[in-house]
Structures are given as C-alpha cells and as structure tokens.
Design a protein around this ligand. Structure first.
Ligand code: KMT
Ligand code: NI
Length: 180
C-alpha cells in the first residue's frame, strides 16, 4: 500500500497524481482517519483472510473484476460512479487479488484527498461515513474480494448537503474527533 496526498491537478484520474515533491502519508495518519489496512500475502491467503473476517464479523464476500471485460456494458457507468465522491453507511472492505488501483479518501478536517495505491495482498477497510472514491490506475485492471458484514448494501451517498448530516457521517466525524 502506498499513501500520499493527491495533487488536485486536472488530468487523467488513472495517473498517479503525486505532488511535486511527493507528500507521503504515514500509517499513523490513516489510523487517525480510522482507515484500516493489513497485508496478507496471496500465497495461502484464505486462512488468514478467514481469520480476519471472523474476528471482524465479515460474514459474506463476493468477487469484483474491474475491467472492460469484467463489467461489460456497465463499464463506463461504473467507472464514473466509483470516482464520484461518496460515503457508505457500512465499511467498504477490499482484498486485492490481482491488478492495482487507487482509493482516494478525504482527510478530516483538512478536506485534502489522500490517495491509497493498492496491490495484490492488500486488505483495506474504508470506514463508514468517510468520503472516498475509487479509480483504476494506468494498468486498467483490478480483481478484488468485497467483504461485508451482512447483505451487501452498495448504496453510495454522494457528497451533498443531505449527506453532510447523515447519522453515519456525523458518527464518523465524532469517532475521528472532528466536529461537523
Ligand atoms: C467500490 O465500491 O468503489 C469498488 O468496489 C471499487 C472496486 S474494488 C477494487
Ligand atoms: Ni464506496
């Protein structure tokens, strides 16, 4: 996992968007935002992933293949939707099996984007209530397991006045020690 502040410059969302000079983000900073991260090597990952899933109560999972072939007709629409700034009322949990991509999360209270580059073997937990978005990188392919506590609820709440007062958003801000 590679984390750094996004440069906010226009251009292809799939480009790295590193600042010049780069501004790396520490694991500690991510921890403060309640973003969780583990490495589970792919070789024999099942047992270790099952253990984390059991401990954290992730009862279900499915596989998502983000490629033109994998998403078919929905590709353009999905890619666009993933990159809209949004939050969920549940954690977004991803274990990367192949390929790579970027999850951008909003730092509070700075409101800066932190870009998190994920690779095979990365397990990332984006907490409920944090604003985030996802994009493929220039390799244009990622395959990931999506874990969830109960039935999947994929509702994205795009950032707007109503979402700002969503109870899960307010709870998140409380947990990370920022008042709305
Ligand atoms: C999401 O919800 O943004 C996604 O599932 C993105 C693809 S998972 C690597
Ligand atoms: Ni999301």
């Amino acid at each position: 996992m590679r984390a750094y502040y996004y440069d906010n410059l226009p251009g292809d969302q799939r480009a790295p968007h590193q600042c010049d000079p780069p501004r790396p983000v520490s694991g500690e900073t991510l921890e403060k935002l309640n973003v969780k991260f583990w490495r589970i090597e792919l070789d024999g990952y099942e047992d270790k992933l099952n253990a984390v899933a059991k401990e954290r109560g992730y009862k279900n999972r499915d596989l998502i293949n983000v490629t033109k072939e994998g998403l078919g007709e929905l590709y353009e629409q999905k890619i666009k939707g993933f990159f809209e700034e949004h939050m969920h009322e549940d954690e977004e949990i991803r274990y990367i099996l192949s390929g790579s991509g970027y999850f951008d999360v909003r730092e509070s209270p700075s409101d800066e984007w932190i870009r998190i580059g994920v690779d095979p073997g990365d397990l990332l937990v984006i907490p409920a209530g944090i604003y985030h978005r996802f994009t493929l990188d220039e390799n244009n392919a990622i395959k990931a397991l999506r874990l969830f506590q109960d039935e999947p609820k994929w509702i994205p709440y795009n950032r707007n006045a109503e979402t700002e007062v969503n109870p899960h958003r307010l709870e998140y801000l409380k947990v990370v020690g920022v008042s709305a």
